[in-house]
Each structure stands twice: as C-alpha cells, then as structure tokens.
Design a protein. Structure first.
Length: 71
C-alpha cells in the first residue's frame, strides 16, 4: 500500500516530467488526486472502528488505559 507521501512524490515527479505538455499535466494531476482520495478513503474505512473505540474510551475517561499513540 502506497503512503500519501509516496503518492505525492510520484505525482510531483510525473508533473515535472510533463511540464512541457499541459494536457498530460492535467491528466497526471487528476490521477494523483484520485489516488490520494482513494488512499484516504481506504485508510478511514480501515481505521474507522479504531477511531470509534478511541473516542468512546475518551468520553468515558479511559483513554490513558488504551495508550493512545496517535493523539
């Protein structure tokens, strides 16, 4: 699974390669944006349950017991 940083680097590299060609530039940017959106959607879907557990625990004042590392 690519990280968001990987996708950003890859998109920037492609963009620099396509600087002479506006049509190709636009296509690359839209591809990069799509990959980025898909990545964030996948990450949210995978972590959605985790977020819910953490927020529920925090409301009950037990967040220290979970050892939150992604605060």
């Amino acid at each position: 699974m690519k990280s968001a940083a990987d996708i950003g680097v890859q998109t920037n590299r492609l963009s620099r390669a396509a600087e002479e060609n506006p049509t190709r530039q636009a296509r690359i940017n839209s591809i990069g944006g799509t990959m980025y959106r898909n990545l964030s959607r996948l990450n949210y879907a995978r972590n959605g349950n985790v977020y819910q557990q953490y927020s529920r625990a925090a409301r009950q004042g037990r967040s220290r017991g979970l050892g939150l590392s992604n605060g």
